[in-house]
Design a protein around this ligand. Structure first.
Ligand SMILES: Cc1cc2nc3c(=O)[nH]c(=O)nc-3n(C[C@H](O)[C@H](O)[C@H](O)COP(=O)(O)OP(=O)(O)OC[C@H]3O[C@@H](n4cnc5c(N)ncnc54)[C@H](O)[C@@H]3O)c2cc1C
Ligand SMILES: Cc1cc2nc3c(=O)[nH]c(=O)nc-3n(C[C@H](O)[C@H](O)[C@H](O)COP(=O)(O)O)c2cc1C
Length: 773
C-alpha cells in the first residue's frame, strides 16, 4: 500500500513506523511542514498503561521512550500558603521534542520516507496514495476541507492558558494556585527531562482580560507569570517557545469531536488521526496518548482485515468504531477535569479548606474515587479521613481505623444524623385515603433497621386533591397523623435513624393511576380537578389544570401549614418541601410550566414568589431547632427550561428564606425532556449549588456504592447522599456497604448482631478468592 501521513506529530510518525514495521513493502511517507527538530511545546505526560500498549507494538521505540522518561509519583498542591503532597500517582513525562526525535529516528531506521519543510494544502496533492492519514493536528486543513463529511464539532472553552517551560526541576507534579486582585490563576507544572519542566498557566477569560493579558505579548506574559509564581519558581525564570503564535500568547482550548473519521475523496481514502480527530484537555494530559493509541488501533485493524487497498473501507470503519468509544471515555473524564479548572476560582479556591480543596482537585476527573485514592496513598487518604471526621465532630483515636466520610455524623440545627446516607423519598402508591398502613410500617421500619441515617417518607400530600394517585400518603387529618406517628415512633425507639417528612402537592400531575397501572395516566373514573401555575396539561391526554387563583394559593398554603403542624405532633425530624419534578410548587419555578403574567410569573423572582411564600409559612410554624430542606429540579433537560444556573438562583432565594439544605434532583417537569443519565448524573448540580451558593446539599441520582458516596462527600460535592432504588433493592444498604469497604464500627441492630460477623467473614473470604483445592 502507499500511505501518506500529512503531519509529522506523534500520530503521523507512530502510525508510519508501525505500518512500515508490519510490512516493509508498504510505501509510507510522512510529510511535515516543520524542520526535523523544530517543534512547539515542552513536555507531555502519559500513563503506564499507554507504555504497556506501546511495548507490545514496537519494543524499540518503547524502550527508547522509557529510557528518556522522567517518572514521578507525587502530586504537590500549593494554595493559600499551604504546601501539601500525596504519592502513588505514577506519571511519566517526556519532552515533546525528544519524543518526536525518537519517533523520527525509528521511522528512518525502518525506511519510512520523511519529508520536512513541506506545507501540504490538500490531500489531492497525493493522488497515488491508497490511504491518506490526516494527522495534521488540531487545526487540520484536511479535516476543514471536508467539513461536511467529518462533521467537526469544535467548542472553544472559556479559560485562557499559556504553555511555558522552566529550568527549575520539580520533583512532583505541582499545582500552584494564586489569587490576584482580579481572581485566581493556576499553574500545572511537571518535569519532563533532567533539567526542564512544563509550566502551563491558566485562568478565566475575565481574569486574563482584567490583567490585560488578552493583549499581552509573550515577553509581558512571561514576566507576569514569573512574578505571580515567584515563590514556586524560587528565582528560576520561565521560557516560552510559542514563537509561531500570533497575537496573544494566551490560548483558548478547543474541544473537538468529529461525527465521522474517514472520507473517500474520489481518489483516495482519507482518515483522521490524533488531534485532527479529537482533543482532550491538558488537565488530564492525554492528547498524545490518544494520538498514539489511534495509530496502534488502525494498525491492528489492518492486521485483522489484511493490509491491502481493497480492505481499506472495512478497516477504517472498524478503526472508527473502536476508537470513538475509547476517545469518548477519555473526553468525558477530560471534560470533568477541564470544567473543574474552569470553575475552580469561582467555586472551590475561596470556599474549600486546603485539605478538602486538594481532595477535590485529585478527584476532579471523577475517574479517581475514594477507594482509588486509598490504593494510591493509604496514609494520605487516612489522614484526610481523620481530618474530615474531626471536622464532623468525631473524637478520633489516632491509632484506630479512620471513619470514611459517609459514616461521619452530620449536624444541622438541632438534628444530628448518625451518618450521611438518606433513603430518598419514594412514592409507594399503597395507601388508602392517604393513611399509612402496615405496608408502610414494614417498608420504613426495615430500612431504618438497615442503617440509613435519615429516612424520607414519600411525597406526603397536604389535601385529598393534592395527591398524585389515590394510593398516595397524606397528612391532612388526625387519622393519618396517628398512623404516621406509629411508624415514626417505631423508627425512633428501635433504631437511631431520623425521619423526614416530604410535603408536596401534585399540581397538574395529580389525579392519575398508581405507577403499575399506567404512570401519569388520568384515572378511569373519580378524577378530581387540578390546579397548577398555568393551565397547561402535563401530557396531551392529561387533564387541563386551572391556573391558581389567589384564593387557591391561600387555601393550599394553609394546607401545607396545617400538615407541617401535624408533622410536629407526629415527631418528624426534618421537613422537605417538594419543589421539584413538575408538581405544584415546581410548576411555578419552571418557565416551561409557568406562563403567568402576574407577580407569580415571568422572572426568577416572580416564579419563586409563591413557593417561597409557602416555604416561609411552614418555616414560621416548624420548630426553630428542626431543619428544612427544599427539593429542586436543577435541570429540566428541555429546551427553554431551567438549567443549573437557574437552580442556583432559586437555591439562594430559599437559603435566604431559611432553608438549611437543597436536595438536588432534576427533570420530570416536561414530557419533552431528554435527560443525560449516568453514574452520579445529578451530583454536578449539588456541587454547583453547594459551592457557589454556599448552602448544604443532598446529592441524589444513580449513587449506588459506598465509594460513590464517600467520594462525593469527601470532595465537598454534597453534604449528604440520598439513594432511592438501591434502598428498594437492599433494605440494609448502609450496613452492607459498610461491610464491603471493611468498616466494622457501624452498629447493626442488636437483634441482628450474630449476622454481622458472618456477613463480614463471607465478604472477606470472597475477596481472598477461591480456596486452593
Ligand atoms: C498546553 C498543552 C499541554 C499539553 N500537554 C499534554 C500532555 O501532557 N500529554 C499529552 O499527551 N498531550 C498533551 N497535549 C496535547 C498534545 O500536544 C497533542 O494531543 C498531541 O501532540 C497530538 O498529536 P498529533 O500527532 O495528533 O498532533 P500534533 O502533535 O499537533 O502534530 C501535528 C503535526 O502536523 C503538522 N502539520 C499541521 N498542518 C500541516 C500541514 N498543512 N502540512 C504539513 N504539516 C502539517 C504540524 O506541524 C505538527 O507537527 C498538550 C497540548 C497543549 C496545548
Ligand atoms: C419508586 C420511586 C418513587 C419515587 N417517589 C418520589 C417521591 O415521592 N418524591 C420525590 O421527591 N422523589 C421520588 N422519587 C425519586 C427518588 O427520590 C430519587 O430522586 C430518584 O429515584 C433517583 O435516585 P436513585 O438513582 O437512587 O433511584 C421516586 C423514585 C422512585 C424509584
Amino acid at each position: 500500500m502507499r500511505i501518506v501521513c500529512i503531519g509529522g506529530g506523534p500520530a503521523g510518525l507512530y502510525f508510519g513506523l508501525l505500518m512500515k514495521k508490519e510490512n516493509p513493502a508498504h510505501h509510507v511517507t510522512v510529510v511535515e511542514r516543520n524542520k526535523p527538530y523544530d517543534t512547539f511545546g515542552w513536555g507531555v505526560v502519559f500513563s503506564d498503561a499507554t507504555m504497556d500498549n506501546m511495548r507490545a507494538w514496537d519494543i524499540e521505540t518503547a524502550q527508547e521512550i522509557e529510557d528518556a522518561f522522567n517518572h514521578w509519583d507525587d502530586i504537590e498542591v500549593l494554595i493559600k500558603g499551604r504546601r501539601m503532597r500525596t504519592t502513588g500517582h505514577g506519571f511519566v513525562g517526556i519532552g515533546r521534542k525528544k519524543l518526536l526525535n525518537i519517533l523520527q529516528a525509528r521511522c528512518e531506521q525502518l525506511g519510512v520516507e520523511l519529508v520536512f519543510e513541506r506545507e501540504v494544502d490538500s490531500d489531492l496533492e497525493f493522488p497515488d496514495a491508497d490511504l491518506i492519514i490526516a494527522s495534521d493536528g488540531i487545526n487540520s486543513k484536511i479535516r476543514n476541507r471536508y467539513q461536511d463529511a467529518f462533521k467537526p464539532d469544535m467548542v472553544m472553552r472559556p479559560n485562557r492558558f499559556i504553555w511555558l517551560g522552566s529550568k527549575k526541576s520539580f520533583d512532583a507534579f505541582t499545582f500552584d494556585f494564586r489569587r490576584t486582585e482580579h481572581g485566581w490563576f493556576q499553574a500545572h507544572i511537571y518535569k519532563f527531562d533532567a533539567d526542564t519542566s512544563t509550566f502551563i498557566v491558566e485562568t478565566t477569560e475575565d481574569v486574563a482580560t482584567a490583567h490585560g493579558l488578552d493583549k499581552a505579548d509573550e515577553a509581558r506574559s512571561v514576566a507576569f507569570c514569573e512574578e505571580l509564581f515567584s515563590e514556586v519558581l524560587d528565582g528560576a525564570s520561565l521560557m516560552s517557545n510559542a514563537r509561531h503564535l500570533r497575537g496573544s500568547a494566551w490560548l483558548n482550548f478547543g474541544r473537538l469531536i468529529c461525527g465521522k473519521w474517514s472520507h473517500f475523496n474520489g481518489t483516495n481514502h482519507v482518515v483522521l488521526m490524533g488531534d485532527a480527530a479529537h482533543t482532550a484537555h491538558f488537565a488530564i494530559g492525554s492528547g498524545t496518548k490518544l494520538a498514539l493509541e489511534d495509530a496502534i488501533e488502525l494498525t491492528r485493524q489492518f492486521r485483522e482485515f489484511g493490509a491491502t487497498a481493497d480492505k481499506i473501507p472495512e478497516v477504517l470503519g472498524a478503526y472508527e468504531e473502536v476508537r470513538a468509544v475509547d476517545v469518548a471515555r477519555i473526553q468525558n473524564a477530560a471534560r470533568n477535569a477541564m470544567e473543574w479548572f474552569e470553575v475552580v476560582g469561582s467555586r472551590y479556591a475561596d470556599t474549600l479548606e486546603p485539605e478538602q480543596f486538594m481532595y477535590s482537585l485529585l478527584t476532579r476527573s471523577q475517574r479517581i474515587s475514594h477507594e482509588n485514592l486509598r490504593l494510591r496513598d493509604k496514609a494520605w487518604l487516612e489522614g484526610y479521613e481523620r481530618w474530615f471526621a474531626a471536622r464532623a465532630g468525631i473524637n478520633i483515636d489516632p491509632d484506630g481505623p479512620p471513619v470514611p466520610p459517609m459514616f461521619t455524623p452530620y449536624r444541622v440545627r438541632g438534628l444530628t444524623l448518625q451518618n450521611r446516607i438518606i433513603m430518598s423519598p419514594m412514592a409507594m402508591y399503597s395507601a388508602e385515603d392517604g393513611v399509612p398502613n402496615d405496608f408502610h410500617l414494614v417498608h420504613f421500619g426495615s430500612r431504618a433497621l438497615g442503617g440509613a441515617g435519615l429516612l424520607f417518607g414519600e411525597m406526603t400530600c397536604t389535601s385529598p386533591d393534592a395527591r398524585i394517585t389515590p394510593g398516595c400518603l397524606g397528612l391532612w387529618n388526625d387519622e393519618q397523623a396517628a398512623a404516621w406517628k406509629r411508624i415514626v415512633d417505631f423508627v425512633h425507639t428501635t433504631t437511631s435513624a431520623k425521619f423526614g417528612l416530604q410535603l408536596g402537592h401534585a399540581g397538574r400531575k395529580g389525579s392519575t393511576r398508581v405507577a403499575w397501572e399506567g404512570m401519569d395516566q388520568p384515572l378511569d373514573d373519580g378524577n378530581w380537578p387540578l390546579i397548577s401555575a398555568s393551565a397547561l396539561p402535563y401530557m396531551p391526554n392529561s387533564q387541563v389544570p386551572r391556573a391558581m387563583t389567589r384564593a387557591d394559593m391561600d387555601r393550599v398554603k394553609a394546607d401545607f401549614v396545617a400538615a407541617a403542624k401535624r408533622g410536629i405532633e407526629v415527631g418528624f425530624d426534618i421537613i422537605e418541601l417538594h419543589c421539584a419534578h413538575g408538581y405544584l410548587l415546581s410548576s411555578f419555578l419552571s418557565p416551561l410550566t409557568n406562563e403567568r403574567t402576574d407577580e407569580y410569573g415571568g422572572s426568577h423572582e416572580n416564579n419563586a414568589r409563591y413557593p417561597l411564600e409557602v416555604f416561609r409559612a411552614i418555616r414560621e410554624v416548624w420548630p426553630a431547632d428542626k431543619p428544612m430542606s427544599v427539593r429542586l429540579s436543577c435541570h429540566d433537560w428541555t429546551e427553554g427550561g431551567n438549567e443549573p444556573a437557574d437552580a442556583a438562583i432559586y437555591a439562594k432565594m430559599f437559603k435566604d428564606a431559611g432553608a438549611d439544605l437543597v436536595d438536588c434532583s432534576s427533570g420530570q417537569v416536561s414530557k419533552a425532556e431528554k435527560p443525560v443519565y449516568g453514574r452520579l448524573f445529578q451530583t454536578p448540580f449539588s456541587d454547583k449549588l453547594r459551592n457557589e451558593v454556599g448552602i448544604a446539599t443532598v446529592a441524589v441520582g444513580a449513587i449506588s456504592e459506598a465509594d460513590h458516596a464517600n467520594s462525593i462527600i469527601a470532595a465537598g460535592r454534597a453534604d449528604l447522599c440520598a439513594l432511592a432504588r438501591p434502598h428498594l433493592a437492599d433494605t440494609a444498604w448502609t450496613l452492607h456497604e459498610a461491610a464491603k469497604i471493611g468498616v466494622k464500627s457501624v452498629a447493626w441492630p442488636k437483634q441482628y448482631l450474630s449476622a454481622k460477623l458472618q456477613y463480614e467473614s463471607n465478604l472477606a473470604r470472597a475477596a481472598a478468592g477461591p480456596r486452593p483445592s
